[in-house]
Design a protein around this ligand. Structure first.
Ligand SMILES: O=C(O)CCC(=O)C(=O)O
Length: 344
């Protein structure tokens, strides 16, 4: 750590000791999206929501399902052409990885000290293997942006936030993540933390044994975990992600919540609530890939600065009435993978 970074950390430590942040037990009620409030008027909302009439699903039915269960699934809403364009972009990134500074996260023991690496610095066999997340490839890929801001996804998110949608980040997986059960909000924190949701876009048919996503139906309303310093995981937390995973599975089982695994098809999408408990099953068949694209979203109120630059106004791309910000740290790669230009 540089001397400057060490001094900043020291000052922060002293400041936090003198003025400890209040321990948050839950999201403040005043910040909740309308649908997370008590008895939201779903029929009334849908009547005045202009996009409702043009959707390939019944919005009122989906909103009721979301309120109760914390997720929805949309079947066959994304075209194979758009997915194939994105997969070809991903393949090009892998084939020519030495040319790019795009980041990947590697959750393998030998990378524990530096889990986030530039793709150029990682051997191809590692990039193509398990425990890899390609980070924010939507910035470089037009097809990635179009998938992320697909009109059917944007309309649903716009309805739950009752706000313009802003896409925050994306992760691309070739294999099942095998991640411990978790909720997203302690880790992915927009400026208004309760304005958060995620989409899991199937880039191929999910096969049993491939490390399917699992989730607990209705877990978005269970009492929040206390990390020792409130509901977010950060440098001050005294509990760790394994404690979190144990708490969630114990609590969901105690409440009798059903654990499901996601066996959806290419072009289907799962959207989940910020607090839905989910994770990745172990990969039981090593031959199976599980290509998927996970995007996290907030609202215009909830996310107005890019997380890599909290000072300057972001550069915005607008699609289907939603925004995604350019990556302020990798401007040279924005939209350079253009297969998605003429595909929808
Ligand atoms: O797809 C998976 O296996 C897990 C993805 C996930 O949990 C996440 O990105 O938050």
């Amino acid at each position: 750590m540089s001397i400057v970074k060490q001094s900043v950390a020291k000052v922060r430590q002293v400041y936090n000791k003198l003025f400890p942040a209040p321990v948050l037990r839950d999201f403040p009620a005043k910040d909740l999206p309308w649908i997370d409030g008590k008895n939201p008027d779903i029929e009334g909302f849908v009547k005045q929501f202009p996009k409702a009439a043009h959707l390939p699903y019944d919005l009122a039915e989906k909103l009721h399902f979301w309120k109760k269960n914390g997720f929805v699934i949309f079947e066959q809403i994304i075209s194979d052409d758009l997915i194939d364009a994105y997969l070809a972009d991903v393949q090009e990134l892998i084939d020519r990885h030495q040319e790019y500074d795009i980041n990947i996260r590697i959750d393998r023991p030998e990378y524990r000290q530096h889990p986030v690496m530039k793709v150029r610095d990682v051997p191809r066999e590692i990039i193509e293997g398990q425990y890899i997340k390609i980070m924010d490839f939507h910035n470089a890929s037009v097809a990635g942006k179009k998938l992320m801001l697909h009109p059917a996804i944007v309309a649903f998110l716009e309805a739950i936030f009752n706000q313009k949608v802003v896409a925050m980040q994306s992760l691309t997986f070739l294999y099942g993540s095998q991640q411990e059960t978790h909720q997203d909000f302690p880790y992915v924190v927009p400026q208004v933390p309760s304005h958060l949701a995620a989409a899991w876009i199937a880039l191929e048919d999910v096969q049993a044994g491939s490390g399917e996503l699992h989730y607990y139906v209705g877990s978005h309303t269970i009492p929040k975990f206390n990390w020792g310093n409130g509901i977010f995981f950060n440098g001050e937390s005294t509990k760790n992600p394994t404690d979190f995973g144990h708490y969630l599975s114990r609590e969901c089982e105690r409440l009798g919540l059903e654990k499901k695994t996601l066996l959806i098809k290419k072009g289907d999408v799962l959207i989940w609530h910020a607090a839905l408990a989910h994770g990745g099953e172990p990969i039981r068949d090593e031959r199976l890939t599980r290509k998927s694209y996970v995007c996290h979203y907030s609202s215009a109120l909830g996310y107005f600065r890019h997380r890599h630059d909290l000072v300057n106004e972001p550069v915005r791309y607008e699609m289907n009435g939603a925004d995604v910000f350019a990556d302020p740290k990798l401007t040279q790669y924005e939209n350079i993978f253009k297969r998605g230009d003429h595909v929808s």
